[in-house]
Design a protein around this ligand. Structure first.
Ligand code: HEC
Length: 122
């Protein structure tokens, strides 16, 4: 009986996860998996992949002054199409084929939480 309860609880948990694809914790997972190795777990641009051979540093997402120069649409473009699409470094890969629209929207909200800024409007 106890085992059954455990299985039922687990099934309910998995079901809830699939119901809410872009919750904050899902977004954190996406960020950790795809972005943190360069941008760092806390978004400071200091991920473990970054070496001194990097021609540019990954954007520090906690820098509100820099992040305020970008609108949410700008963030979306660079996340979907990569650095070169906005005349930035190809070290920033395109994610349009990897991430869903919900995941990208979740990431944009996450970046706004990290910078505690609203970004350029319009
Ligand atoms: C392989 C390393 C790498 C990974 C992985 C990576 N980035 Fe980047 N990212 C960069 C670099 C380098 C830049 C700086 C490009 C420049 O300034 O020319 C950058 C810049 C950016 C910018 C700022 C662009 C601008 O116009 O200033 C955003 C937003 C961004 N990345 C989001 C993300 C997100 C979201 C993810 C995860 C889905 C991600 N990056 C994964 C390396 C990476």
């Amino acid at each position: 009986m106890k085992k059954l309860m455990t299985i039922a609880t687990f099934a309910a948990f998995v079901f809830l996860l699939t119901l809410a694809p872009a919750t904050a914790s899902e977004t954190e997972k996406v960020f950790k998996f795809y972005c943190a190795q360069c941008h760092g777990l806390t978004g400071k641009g200091d991920g473990p992949n970054v070496t001194k051979d990097f021609p540019v540093s990954p954007r520090n997402f906690t820098n509100a002054a820099e992040m305020n120069k970008l609108s949410d649409a700008d963030l979306k473009n660079v996340i979907l199409d990569g650095g070169p699409s906005v005349s930035k470094s190809p070290m920033m890969p395109p994610w349009g084929k990897t991430l869903t629209a919900e995941q990208v929207d979740g990431l944009i909200r996450h970046l706004r939480t990290l910078c505690q800024c609203e970004g350029k409007q319009g």
